[in-house]
Design a protein around this ligand. Sequence first.
Ligand code: FAD
Length: 464
Amino acid sequence: MAEYDFDLFVIGAGSGGVRAARLAAMSGAKVAVAEEYRVGGTCVIRGCVPKKFMVYASEVTSQLKTAKGYGWTIPEAQFDWKGFLHDKDVEIARLSGIYVTNLQKAGAHLLHGRAQIVDAHTVEVLPKEGSKDAGRYTARKILIATGGRPWKPDFPGAEFGVTSDEAFHLPTLPKRVLVVGGGYIAVEFASIFNGLGVQTTLLYRGANILRGFDDDVRMHLAEELEKRGIKVVLGCDHKSIEKTDDGLLSTLSNDLTFETDAVMFATGRDPYVEGLGLDKVGVKLNERGAIVVDEQSRTTAENIWAVGDVTDRINLTPVAIREGAAFAQTEFYDTPTSFDHDMVASAVFSQPPVGTVGMTEAEARHAFGKVDIYRSVFRPMKLTFYGGQERCLIKLVVKQDDQKVVGVHMVGPDSPEIIQMAAIAVKMGVTKPQWDSTCAVHPTLAEELVTMREKYRPSEMATV
Ligand code: FAD
């Protein structure tokens, strides 16, 4: 057998790459990980984690409102954007450091620099300032875990807009912002800006936000966002952006114009494959530009695997981690493992937040024909106390013939926390009678989940 520098060479030290590298190294394999930017990847450096800090910061506005509703007198609150950004960056650096330590403890070799594949067993690490790791390395197996990166539309003036990458470092908090896009990142950032007191408009060319989510969730959330002060503009696209003395003037496809201080594009993400040299080794891409893999993350090249967002399966951190772990189990622990992508729960950290697992009503009707829908829309008691108008949505989608709960959807406080528990039952194949036999926890918002007895829509009615 040929001698290689490493048993495994991982390209990208993000969620999937780090997990795979650590597990493989812990098996005794000789592992290298190349990272062109910062260890931790999108999630830690410019995704889930800094975003969640921003969500926490911006939620304080509604907490102050609640506090007033419960009798507190609070002097006018001030928010220090620069101070917050500094503290956020310190915490991100600490977390990235933990990732580096964990890789080192496992015995993996970290290489700083951009990596590209030279041939089936050779990877070149390009020079990077401050690093002496540049050079060619050979490896028995190669794992591509390079993630994705923001996609920006191309029209006159689009260069004036930022993406989520830059939104984490805006030098000043804008007074007015236009967030473009209808996916979860757009909705989350619109909520963040709005919560921080920024006059916020959400612009999406589709019929409603959160395409792919349950239609009731989409309608409910759009209404709740507007109740909280976000202007939601649908069915409309950008024509141009011009820089003016006062800010950025956006002209829309319906010729409406409005001015903001910042425009943020959250218009999707592309798999990050550029310049990797995949064509040289026969790694195929699909029509979306993502690496084609089988259920064990094997690419079309014999000794090359790929996990995480670069494969565009379900683009979430826990999924990338599980795909990386399954790869390591299969290739370094002699335990063939594939991650099951069915019933993966997810959250949107909008305000109010969304939690969801399983099928939408439309998907279930399409797959099974007959489904039972249970749905409750209500004002949580925490808010009714002081006249708050926000409403929660809880919805169950049940397959009629065997009464399996195939979808749970929530919009309201703590939905992401609650859905994690619901996901266990749904993944286990819980039926509606079993679900109903669970006694409520009172007084909670979540008790509504187990007390819905009346069907909301006739079983064969189309989704409205
Ligand atoms: P990444 O984490 O993107 O890591 C890829 C790494 O590879 C990067 O560090 C990159 O610098 C490096 N790299 C790329 N090319 C090369 C190269 N040629 N050489 C060397 N290094 C290279 N997911 C959730 O589950 N929950 C959330 O709340 C959530 N919020 C998000 C919010 C935002 C704003 C964004 C952008 C994403 C969010 N995600 C969230 C998605 C999540 O961040 C990704 O699904 C996850 O990070 C994917 O992991 P990965 O390992 O595939 O890639």
